[in-house]
Design a protein around this ligand. Structure first.
Ligand SMILES: Nc1nc2c(ncn2[C@@H]2O[C@H](COP(=O)(O)OP(=O)(O)OP(=O)(O)O)[C@@H](O)[C@H]2O)c(=O)[nH]1
Ligand SMILES: [Mg+2]
Length: 459
């Protein structure tokens, strides 16, 4: 029921200067009024919207829980479009929990995960794509990731989708006019126009789909695994890219025994970098587990750095590792080039297949810039420009666009094969509906529930 009033802690739990309890719904003001004692004997009810009141939260037995500032935001000009009251109390475990308990006791219901955002969507304050961008904004790993999320929150993607839906509706109207008055056949000229417009829409949808690989990288990070035999410099690379001494580096092979994962910002691209234990030839059980683990990590990696020691050439241990990376996007890094080079590109290509090769030295820093440039190229994949503002970063949006593209292809082939116009109309309608799932205009209740349940409580 959307008429009840919900409350939740909206700030992270832990030691902090302040913590915020958010209350939303038609009874938000009267509920908080019951537990609030103003320092100047003012009532929240009488306060205008966007006002702050100073006072105390008092529980049922009359005990003061905390000193607070209460802000009032009257609907529809609030996040949820309902009356919203926020209580700024002291942070930390106890104050926020006791304040929330007092508000619940006074008649609010605990909010479910994502329920504030869901209300903002259901009340028409933001559309579904905008609501989804809130999570991306909160979890953004680099500034560029944040930009992508902010653009989506501002509605850049939604505008594009709405524009295409309007065009589709216009085409549908044309065709339906023809179906309703069969004596007036749709003229050749109209069919040519429908074909041209449909191709244009399909082209725009494909353009959006093409941004999704890059968009996903900005949203989730590019999962990259550093692999190579012991002592080649894997941990040194992690430290160099992170620009801090995170992993232990020694000249003893087998220094890293477990997996280290860090998020590294490479020219705005969030790289989820995984440093592994070197794989070596051994009967040791622990090392065998290492091989299994590496295989597993390769399986869900987006990118693999295969490190080779330039000074020792390709050995048996390298040959064990190379096949594990087969079929994966791989960069071969020849490290320790400052010592001497004992291997040729030809030999490397023979064992690794055709992969990108970068010579580097983590001692002198040679090759690091080239590596960063390659990572950037891979993230943009030649499909997205660095200035592109509009990027599809959400996998749900990508799948929906793919379905839409399929329907549009149906429209075009129906035109080409001169099928009856009602076939076209079915596909056009399907395309119009699937696009509406992105903004939430034609979305099912189940899907809405599913999307918001992935939010956390208080959002
Ligand atoms: N000369 C030279 N030494 C390097 C270079 N990169 C790393 N080293 C040294 O090589 C040794 C091993 O480096 P690590 O980064 O610990 O190697 P690793 O691959 O993580 O090793 P394990 O964790 O044992 O698998 C250290 O003594 C580093 O200082 C390089 O480019 N040139
Ligand atoms: Mg190491």
């Amino acid at each position: 029921m959307i008429n009840d009033t919900i409350a939740a802690i909206s700030t992270p739990i832990g030691a902090a200067g302040i913590g915020i309890i958010r209350v939303s719904g038609s009874a938000a003001v009267s509920i908080v009024e019951r537990v609030f004692r103003s320092s100047r004997e003012r009532k929240i009810e009488d306060a205008g919207t966007y006002r702050l009141l100073h006072g105390f939260i008092v529980d049922k037995s009359g005990d003061v829980v905390d000193e607070v500032l209460v802000s009032v935001m009257r609907g529809p000009h609030s996040f949820t479009a309902e009356d919203v009251v926020e209580i700024n109390c002291h942070g930390g475990l106890i104050a926020v929990r006791r304040t929330l308990a007092a508000v619940l006791e006074a008649g609010a219901r605990p909010a479910e995960a994502g329920e504030f955002s869901k209300r903002a969507f259901l009340n028409g304050r933001i559309d579904l794509a905008q609501a989804e961008s809130i999570i991306d904004l909160i979890t953004a790993k680099t500034e560029k990731s944040l930009n992508v999320a902010v653009n989506q929150l501002e509605g850049i993607l939604s505008q594009e989708i709405r524009k295409m839906r309007a065009q589709l509706m216009e085409l549908l109207a044309h065709i339906e006019a023809g179906i309703d008055f069969p004596e007036h056949d749709i003229e050749e000229i109209s069919l040519a126009m429908i074909e041209e417009r449909s191709k244009e829409i399909l082209h725009n949808i494909k353009k959006l789909i093409n941004t999704s690989e890059t968009g996903k990288i900005f949203r989730e990070g590019l999962k990259t695994v550093i692999a190579g035999k012991p002592n080649v410099g894997k941990s040194s690379l992690l430290n160099a890219l992170l620009k801090e001494n995170r992993a232990i580096v020694t000249d003893i092979p087998g220094t890293t025994r477990d997996v280290i994962e860090e998020i590294v910002n490479i020219r705005g691209i969030p790289l989820k970098l995984v440093d592994t234990a070197g794989i070596r030839e051994t009967e040791d059980l622990v090392e065998k587990i290492g091989v299994e683990k590496t295989k597993e990590m390769f399986a869900d990696a987006d990118l693999i750095f295969l490190m080779i020691d330039a000074s020792s050439g390709i050995g048996q241990e390298d040959k064990e590792i190379f096949p594990l990376a087969r079929g994966k996007k791989t960069l071969v890094l020849i490290n320790k080039i400052d010592i001497k080079k004992e291997t040729t590109y030809k030999e490397i290509e023979k064992y690794t297949g055709r992969h990108d090769i970068i010579e580097m030295s983590l001692l002198t820093g040679q090759g690091l810039e080239k590596l960063e440039k390659r990572i950037e190229d891979i993230a943009y994949a030649g499909l997205v420009s660095k200035q592109d503002e509009l990027m599809v970063s959400n996998i749900r949006h990508k799948h929906t666009l793919e379905r839409t593209a399929c329907s549009m292809e149906g429209v075009i082939s129906a035109l080409e094969e001169k099928l009856p116009t009602d076939c076209m109309a079915i596909d056009l309608k399907a395309a119009w509906e699937s696009l509406g799932e992105i903004t939430g205009e034609t979305v099912s209740e189940d899907l809405v529930d599913q999307i918001f349940s992935r939010f956390c409580i208080g959002k």
